[in-house]
Ligand binder design. Structure first.
Ligand code: BGC
Length: 818
């Protein structure tokens, strides 16, 4: 039977049931009509199929290949490679019976301290959407559905369940939605995951503009919108807005309020039928068991993970020392001091829902020791305690001793698990102090010191001038250790380029100064995200966007640029490997609008191409820039517009290393000002002011109001007695009941997330729980607490915390509905 025929046969109860999970991971089966269940599972860098009976634990899952995280894949700038990983993930999903794999995450890295940055590709929408598309294409080619997430403007983990992202329309269109749009329109992912946060006042799961007007009507999306886990509180609001499937399910008793609304007219039959039909189409396409045509080759997947880790490793620095040449790659018979517990026990993935139990793990230390037979001599010093992240006088002394005796000292440090986890943003961009002290101590005794970083997002490098070489490995998956060994000894080259800017200090990042919480996050930097800010303001950075060195050298011929901005442009050039070994080059194309009526960043990445060349080899690189590459979003007419005038096309090795410039002229259209009297003009002068380098980070309150076209909503904590379902527990700490609830839930969370490799679990649990709002209680309690009980708890909490003399708040703006 077709989905439409099935729809006609379903009872109201069955229809309502199909709009929410049967449990945390599956959709309901309807046996009498032969409708099978559909299984969803995380994602994105490996398949997490929980062991039966493991409850909500994130760490008790069937082993699967842990590929490099998106942060590392982002640095690969290699869609063909990411597609192959998608194909491999698709096959492992088949094997684990997962029909929909929850990924990729294509949110932009708005701030370097985002706790979930390791799960995202880039600060740039072109890199992010290109790699996200490749991932979706690969997974779906194996017959598994993808779930592009988290739609949209989900860029902070602090108060993530209720925070309101306040974003002006140009930033939303030109950056945050641009990271999703190509993935949706080109790859047609089976599902799109609506995020936890609010966007301009409305929860994403209830945001009709986002899910229906933009996603479906403008982009033509026909698949299923699934809520992030717990993000859809009220199906009578989320279904009409465009959320088809609410996950997880809270038990069938939870369907009653939806049925009542359907019968009482509070939910239209049309909206329900549309959602159910889409779920049925999804089940028809991806549900049911399929036989694997051949077993999964885990050895091949491990080798693919290694190849990807190498491709995502960025050589940030490799200075030549007088009389010695560059430090990397190391000589095959070098005496090397390997320092740092992460060399023996690597940090290779982030913490949270994406956590994968790997099929095997290789460390740098064992991989280097395997080369001792070939002449390499390896000494090891732990340097610090891997989980407590402390170093003792003895550990330091041992590190200094082995470093002093070696030809090369390799210090392996990074961000410990507790620093980077879903649900918690970092507080700063620094490494643990003892790591910095360790590098200083080693560099003082060995001038040939290489620092290796294992982290999911930028860190401050206070010692960078005193070491000749730095490798950023990101969180490179289960084969990161052997990949790093290959890179160090030069069997492979570090193929990565930064897909994000490394600021010198966090305080120099524009977002560090902007209002973030308790109620809203104001995106006052607007278009000036990452390098778009640093390049416009001409500020010094530690390492620019797009940067990464190779072990070989390349030359580029003069580029031939054909076409016009309105019709699209093709850039062609020939790249030659002029060195004596194989290597990769990434040609980056930025567009600079020479004179614009509206504010625009100094330059924006609009195309890129990666080539791998053997020594002496040449290849033509062709990069296509569609008209959109020159356009801005016209907020007055709701359209993309190419303005008349000149554009400079810049061919570069990084945003700060421009090799060639070509100027083009567009006849273009006049940007419209009618109808939106003054809006386009109003933002002009602000832009001029913002262009001045200096402390002027982000639009001021008045300018932001002009940009939004309305005043930014109040950014105040909910008062005791007037808490809402969105109030984060961390904002209830002024009340005794709020503190008690936090302690109670933290104890539960420790049991759930307790894992040997997390370090101080109670700290993480406390931080994670602090972000909870009461709307998450049913989800995090695995439906032990119902929606009704959560609302009652909110009422009791408000009654208990209401200041003396204040009037009751029952039902007033608390966001409750049961
Ligand atoms: C995360 C999603 C994930 C889901 C299921 C949520 O908390 O935000 O990325 O797919 O849980 O585990």
């Amino acid at each position: 039977m077709t989905p439409t025929e099935l729809l006609a046969l379903l009872t109201d109860e069955e229809k309502v049931a199909l709009t929410a999970g049967a449990d945390a991971w599956t959709t309901p089966a309807i046996d009498r009509l032969g409708i099978p269940p559909l299984r969803l599972g995380d994602g994105p860098h490996g398949v997490r199929r929980p062991q039966e009976g493991s409850g909500l634990s994130m760490f008790d899952s069937h082993p699967a290949t842990c590929f490099p995280t998106a942060a590392a894949l982002g640095a690969s700038w290699d869609p063909a490679l990411v597609r192959r990983i998608g194909e491999a993930l698709g096959r492992e999903s088949q094997e684990h019976g997962v029909d929909i794999l929850l990924g990729p995450g294509v949110n932009l890295k708005r701030t370097p301290i985002g706790g979930r940055n390791f799960e995202y590709y880039s600060e740039d929408p072109l890199v992010s959407s290109t790699l996200g598309s490749a991932w979706v294409g690969g997974v779906q080619s194996a017959g598994i559905g993808a779930s592009v997430k988290h739609f949209a403007a989900n860029n902070t983990e602090q108060r993530r369940y209720g925070i309101d992202s306040v974003v002006d329309e140009r930033a939303l269109r030109e950056l945050y939605l641009s990271s999703f749009e190509p993935v949706v329109t080109r790859e047609r992912p089976a599902t799109v995951m609506a995020a936890y946060n609010r966007l301009n006042g409305t929860h994403c799961t209830e945001n009709h503009w986002l899910l229906t007007e933009v996603l479906r009507e403008e982009w033509g999306y026909e698949g299923v919108v699934v809520s992030d886990w717990g993000a859809s509180w009220d199906r009578t609001a989320s279904i009409p807005a465009g959320t088809d499937l609410t996950m997880p399910g809270l038990g069938r008793a939870d369907d009653r309020y939806v049925l009542a609304a359907l019968r009482g007219g509070g939910l239209s039959r049309e909206a329900l039928d549309a959602a159910v039909l889409r779920v049925l189409e999804l089940v028809e396409r991806y549900g049911g068991d399929e036989e694997l045509d051949r077993p999964v080759d885990l050895v091949a997947h491990h080798l693919l993970a290694k190849e990807a880790a190498e491709a995502g490793t960025v050589l940030l620095k490799n200075d030549a020392l007088p009389g010695h040449g560059v430090v990397l790659p190391m000589a095959p018979d070098a005496r090397v001091a390997v320092i740092g517990a992460m060399a023996a026990e690597p940090r290779f993935q982030g913490a949270g829902s994406s956590h994968v139990v790997p099929t095997r793990v290789e460390s740098l230390l064992e991989s280097l020791r395997e080369r001792e037979a070939g002449g390499l001599r390896v000494d090891y010093a732990e340097g610090y305690d891997r989980y407590a992240t402390t170093t003792s006088a003895e550990q330091l002394a041992a590190a200094v001793r082995v470093a002093g005796e070696a030809d090369v000292a390799v210090v392996v440090i990074g961000l410990p698990e507790v620093y980077e986890t879903e649900g918690v943003d970092r507080r700063h961009m620094r490494l643990p102090e003892c790591f910095d002290a360790l590098v200083d101590a080693v560099a003082a005794v060995n001038p040939r010191t290489v620092v290796v970083l294992q982290n999911g997002s930028p860190v401050e490098l206070p010692w960078v001038a005193s070491v000749p070489a730095v490798l950023e490995c990101y969180l490179g998956g289960q084969a990161s250790g052997s990949a790093l060994a290959s890179v160090l000894v030069g069997e492979s080259e570090p193929g990565g380029r930064l897909a994000e800017t490394f600021p010198v200090r966090y305080e120099e990042h524009p977002v560090s100064w902007l209002p973030a919480g308790p109620a809203t996050v104001e995106y006052r930097e607007s278009l000036y995200l990452g390098y778009r800010y640093f390049d416009t303001a001409a500020e010094t950075v530690a390492f620019p966007f797009g940067h990464g060195l190779s072990y070989t050298d390349f030359s580029w011929t003069e580029a031939v640029v054909t076409g016009t901005p309105e019709t699209g442009v093709v850039v062609r050039l020939t790249v030659t490997n002029t060195g004596d070994r194989e290597g990769c080059e990434v040609v980056q194309v930025y567009v600079h609008d020479v004179v614009s009526t509206l504010f625009r960043p100094e330059q924006e990445l609009r195309g890129f191409g990666k080539v791998r060349l053997t020594a002496g080899e040449s290849r033509e690189v062709e990069i296509v820039l569609p008209p959109r590459a020159f356009a801005f979003w016209d907020v007055v007419n709701g359209a993309w517009v190419v303005e008349p005038g000149r554009f400079e096309v810049r061919l570069a090795r990084s945003s700060r290393d421009v090799v060639q410039r070509v100027v083009l002229t567009a006849a273009g259209e006049e940007p419209a000002t009618s109808g939106g009297e003054g809006r386009a003009r109003e933002v002009g002068p602000v832009a001029e002011g913002y262009r001045r380098p200096g402390r002027d980070r982000g639009f001021g309150a008045a300018a932001f109001t002009a940009l939004l076209g309305r005043g930014a909503p109040a950014n105040r904590s909910d008062r005791p007695g007037a808490f809402t379902l969105d109030t984060a527990l961390r904002d209830m700490q002024g009340t005794r009941t709020g503190r008690w609830l936090t302690r109670f839930l933290t104890r539960q969370a420790v049991k759930t997330i307790g894992a040997p490799d997390l370090g101080p679990v109670d700290y993480v649990a406390g931080e994670v729980v602090g972000q909870f709002s009461l709307r998450m209680l049913p989800t995090v309690s695995d439906a032990v607490v119902s929606r009704r009980t959560a609302v009652l708890a909110l009422r009791v909490l408000n009654r208990l915390t209401r200041p003396r003399g204040a009037r009751g708040t029952r039902g007033q703006g608390t966001g409750e509905s049961i």
